[in-house]
Design a protein around this ligand. Structure first.
Ligand code: DX5
Ligand code: ZN
Length: 217
């Protein structure tokens, strides 16, 4: 199934509740929540209190993308705050399997992510251990960046690694997704599509509807 996950990093924070309602009403099943620590990535976004606060406003699946060093330190707090899926970066974890186990022990889905410069091979030991693989299609840290064309091959490679093992694990893409390339990333093998600027710049509800329509076509 193809799933749109609008990223609130690009939302208008003074109207965050309304912005979430808009994408919910448009039919987006997931809400992508980017957590940045200023160390793993240069920027700082938001954390547990924001997630806790918006949790009461929506039944959407909270797809929390941790761009933080040593993520195991905070898994419990993000789970308690209302995350449904917790994705961490393989580059940021000393023991990725321990992070996956921690997420699962709290009854949440686990995602593992690679940056554009990380080889897909590092995912190999975790392919059958995670619920989702996030292939970053921009350098993590900021919204509104252009899609890196070279990542099509990585999406294809990850989908092939999964297919070869008989796994139908979700493959997520994040960064620079627009109405012009959404069909291409799906054709390459992605099925969970994060979109920040292309949803929240302008009319969020209409934009989300348009992207969902393209994903179904
Ligand atoms: C970037 C974040 C993305 C970001 C995507 O580090 O992980 O989720 O919000 O924004 P767009 O869709 O504008 O590239
Ligand atoms: Zn993200």
């Amino acid at each position: 199934m193809n799933i749109l996950s609008p990223s609130i990093l690009a939302a208008d924070f003074k109207n965050l509740g309304q912005q979430i309602a808009d994408v919910d009403e448009a039919g987006a099943p997931y809400l992508h929540v980017d957590v940045m620590d200023g160390t793993f990535v240069p920027s700082i976004s938001f954390g547990m209190p924001v997630i806790k606060s918006i949790r009461s406003a929506s039944d959407m699946v909270f797809d929390v993308h941790l761009m933080i060093v040593d993520p195991i330190r905070y898994i419990e707090e993000f789970a308690e705050s209302g995350a449904d899926i917790i994705t961490f970066h393989i580059e940021a974890a000393d023991d990725p399997q321990a992070v996956i186990d921690k997420i699962h022990s709290l009854g949440k889905k686990a995602g593992i992510s690679i940056k554009p410069g990380t080889a897909v091979d590092v995912l190999e030991p975790y392919l059958d251990k995670v619920d989702m693989i996030l292939v970053m299609t921009v350098e993590p840290g900021f919204g509104g960046q252009p899609f890196i064309e070279a990542t099509y091959d990585k999406i294809k490679a990850v989908r092939k690694m999964l297919n070869d093992r008989g796994l139908d694990t979700d493959v997520q893409v994040d960064g620079g997704i627009t109405k012009d390339n959404i069909k291409k990333v799906i054709a390459a093998g992605a099925n969970v599509i994060v979109a920040g600027s292309s949803v929240f710049r302008g009319d969020a509800k209409e934009n989300a509807k348009e992207l969902i329509k393209l994903m179904e076509a």
